[in-house]
Design a protein around this ligand. Sequence first.
Ligand SMILES: *[C@@H]1O[C@H](CO)[C@@H](O)[C@H](O)[C@H]1NC(C)=O
Ligand SMILES: *[C@@H]1O[C@H](CO)[C@@H](O)[C@H](O)[C@H]1NC(C)=O
Ligand SMILES: *[C@@H]1O[C@H](CO)[C@@H](O)[C@H](O)[C@H]1NC(C)=O
Length: 449
Amino acid sequence: MASKMLSTVCVGLLITVTFGLPSDFKLPQPKENGKQWALLVAGSNGWYNYRHQADICHAYHIVRSHGIPAEQIIVMMFDDIAYNKQNPNQGEIINQPGGENVYKGVAIDYRGKDVNPKTFLNVLQGNEEDVKGQGTGRVIKSASNDNVFVNFVDHGAPGLIAFPTEFLHAVDLNIALDHMHDNNQYHQLLFYLETCESGSMFSSLLRKDYNILAMTAANSTQSSYACYFDKTLETYLGDVFSVNWMQNSDKSNLNSETIDKQFHIVRKETNQSHVMEFGDLTMNKLMLSAFLGYEQDNHIVLNAPNPNLDAVPSEDVEIMVERKLYTMAKENNDTAKMDESWAKITDITRKREKTDNTMKQIISFVAGDRNFQEQNAMLMGENDLFKHDCYGPVVEYLKDTCRDLDLPSNRYSLKHLRMVVNLCERPYSKDAIFSAIDKACGLDIITFA
Ligand SMILES: *[C@@H]1O[C@H](CO)[C@@H](O)[C@H](O)[C@H]1NC(C)=O
Ligand SMILES: *[C@@H]1O[C@H](CO)[C@@H](O)[C@H](O)[C@H]1NC(C)=O
Ligand SMILES: *[C@@H]1O[C@H](CO)[C@@H](O)[C@H](O)[C@H]1NC(C)=O
């Protein structure tokens, strides 16, 4: 009875919305003659990171189904998931339990090694010459009347986003955005970022007067969260912030929902990290359609489970997957599979201990091995990042010198970069940190020689 009443009410509402508009009603447009562009990027690879590419495929369908033409959408994703040998459903990617195949129809412009920070920045800034020979060679050719939507999903750390083999530093991203502003390359730009510590990509860097609004999955010091573990696929299907904004967009009328409304809904639903906004907050009053497309979407929305129910911080995904596989194998008395997962758990744990030790060593070399109070402050502190001149070069040096940290792709190691923030903010000098890194990782080589 209640549900029948509810559905009657919904139908009534829909009719009002669809047919209640005056005949001369004109949907809002970005600006006269303005176009809408979307740049969708998943910056990771590997089966454990299935969810990042799943999110981006889903985002593709949102902007397409709301009317942004395919030629104004650019997709960067490694593309190793749909046909991964671990994928039992070859050619398919889903973004929620029992969900539809979101890989279908996605036109990928840059895949494999072309998914890198330099190419991303060139595509964003419309530098066609600089991407010649890569992927489709397409770039965002936005002009001063156009609106641009950027959705980026990946691993992160303080002040950076991790591509498969390289870092994108916060400073470089913000320089690119400044450059676009100075060259009149957009009317308004909306940036949705799902990475750990995503707030740190914009906090204290993104200008408030450049018509750019950024929404991030987490603040400057927090992880972002994966969700929807799938027993058959043996991986997580989505990320909490991404799933929340996209499921909201799938359900809503984007011509009547403001960015602000979506922000508040998603912030409430993403309850383990703080969804944040940076830049020009006056853009909050704009309708989502200004960036995601003006057409009504007719596609059917499946009811999805609450993503918070099995959410895990990004750095724990690998170990959680193996723990779940171990439990499943145990229930099935499959000792071979139990052994396999146990070996992986042991290996991941050993690598984590090694990362802990390496970072502790570096800190003790910088802070002085007797000064435990200082060491503790460097280990546990949660400083905000301002000293980008120190931090950027140091993390690059760390990545190249301490190979066992498995940077940039290992999220557990990425999380430890917060200690580098602490060192730089103290401030210890770059050189002091460099030589501590030499000592810590040089000693490793001697130990194992
Ligand atoms: C981020 O969130 C954490 C957890 O609530 C909080 O302790 C920290 O102060 C926040 N940091 C910033 C920069 O907002
Ligand atoms: C987040 O929401 C889920 C489900 O709604 C709930 O089970 C969980 O306890 C919440 N977590 C926090 C940190 O509030
Ligand atoms: C696993 O083994 C136990 C003990 O031998 C048995 O009781 C249980 O039914 C088995 N479970 C399955 C799924 O085969």
